[in-house]
Design a protein around this ligand. Structure first.
Ligand code: ADP
Ligand code: MG
Length: 394
């Protein structure tokens, strides 16, 4: 079912509950990166500009089922006020008499930020009672928290049931994410190449399976590649191996052949005994890795092969680094892939927390079609799963 845009809601003169993802990194109460707050501004500005009022909600960190000042959204309220150019009201609770009173008194053009929704134990349990109490604070519901859309929580999913279908919709950020990810999965221009990496096969196998038959080429690197190589009988030394997934990897390689998706595995590796800076580093000749050594990055021949496979791609999706890119000695393969994705002629999407940070580090983020703001959510979307936050709006 198509999802409504907030533009279709009667925003003027109404109170709009907006669930955002303000789960920003905090250190001693200081915001380290306000990207997530900035990402919500277009949605908020639009509602305020047409004469709506905003009741804002977000989670922050993982408080243990009750109020905890260390996880208060107070620093976020302050930063948001700076960005909007006027101060926002702050509720001392999520739901309750004080929150209700503040929400009631809200005038068009004003913003009220509720406390961290995870201060309510019912939030992560998707408690219908909490959903109802949250819904009672506003007339309309807008979900703009893509980063939390894979969670069936009270504020991301449950509360939507209390609004009429034409009174709930997606915010601009959620819409942009959906459009980019749907374009890749539902109507990819060909050739379609997917680059998959990261540490574990078990984390990514569902994405590989969902892309079989859709993507023309699947480029597999990172730690997960070694289970695939092991499935082909290649010596992988002490590299990351999920022995219980070797059969699944072998089956996947077979399915890929049957459905016309080509899986490209590393041809060579950068290896060391430990993934530490200053360790002795070697590059292998071929796919095999000697005992006592670990594959920690894709080698130069693999980088060229992957760049070649991306050079004419009309659609690219990338999730998962090609090596232990946190350590400079093993980062070059990931950066080379980042450059190749950026140079691809087609529409490109990068998802995954570490992949996005790698793309930013490599300096090519502004040449990527869409950099997803939701790690877990984009992964589940690529797995073909229905995200509860999105289903709740349909
Ligand atoms: P994302 O957050 O983009 O989805 P993942 O969390 O799945 O990515 O994977 C990122 C992690 O994978 C990084 O911490 C990286 O160090 C690790 N990694 C990549 N390649 C290897 C490898 N060859 N051996 C061990 N760990 C690896
Ligand atoms: Mg990660």
């Amino acid at each position: 079912m198509p999802i409504r845009s907030m533009d279709e809601l009667p925003l003027q003169g109404n109170k709009v509950f907006v669930r955002v993802d303000f789960n920003v990194p905090l250190k001693n109460g200081v915001i380290q990166d306000d990207t997530r707050i900035r990402a919500a501004l277009p949605t908020l500005r639009r509602i305020l500009e047409v004469g709506g009022a905003v009741v804002l909600a977000s989670h922050l960190g993982r408080p243990k089922g009750g109020p905890d000042p260390a996880f208060s959204l107070a620093p976020v309220a302050e930063r948001l006020g700076e960005l909007l150019g006027f101060s926002v009201f702050q509720a001392p609770e999520v739901v309750g008499p004080k929150a209700a009173e503040l929400a009631n008194a809200l005038e068009p053009g004003e913003v009220l930020l509720l406390e961290n929704v995870r201060f309510e134990p019912g939030e992560t349990k998707n408690d219908p009672d909490l959903g109802g109490r949250l819904a009672a604070l506003a007339d309309l519901y807008v979900n703009d928290a893509f980063g939390a859309a894979h969670r069936a929580h009270a504020s991301t999913a449950g509360m939507a049931a209390y609004f009429r279908p034409d009174h709930k919709a997606a915010g601009y950020l959620l819409l942009r994410e959906l459009e980019a990810l749907r374009r890749v999965l539902e109507s990819p221009e060909k050739p379609f190449a997917a680059v998959l990496g990261g540490a574990k096969v078990s984390d990514k196998i569902a994405v590989v399976e969902n892309l079989l038959g859709k993507a023309d080429r699947l480029l597999v690197g990172g730690g997960m590649a070694f289970t695939f190589l092991a499935a082909q009988g290649v010596e992988i030394g002490d590299s990351l191996l999920e022995a219980d997934r070797i059969d699944v990897a072998r089956e996947t390689l077979g399915k890929a052949r049957a459905c016309g998706s080509e899986i490209l595995l590393p041809l060579d590796h950068v290896i060391a005994r430990e993934p530490a800076e200053g360790a002795e580093v070697r590059t292998t000749e071929g796919t095999a890795i000697p005992k006592g050594w670990k594959g920690l990055d894709i080698g130069p021949r693999t980088r060229d092969a992957f760049a070649n496979a991306l050079a004419d791609a009309r659609t690219v999706v990338w999730n998962g680094p090609m090596g232990v890119f946190e350590v400079p000695a093993f980062a070059e393969g990931t950066f080379a892939v980042a450059r190749a994705v950026a140079a691809a002629p087609g529409f490109t999407v990068v998802g995954g927390g570490d992949s996005v940070s790698a793309v930013k580090k490599s300096g090519v983020a502004d040449r990527i079609g869409h950099v997803s703001t939701g790690g877990g959510a984009s992964l589940e979307f690529l797995e073909g799963k229905v995200l509860p936050g999105i289903a709740a709006l349909e």
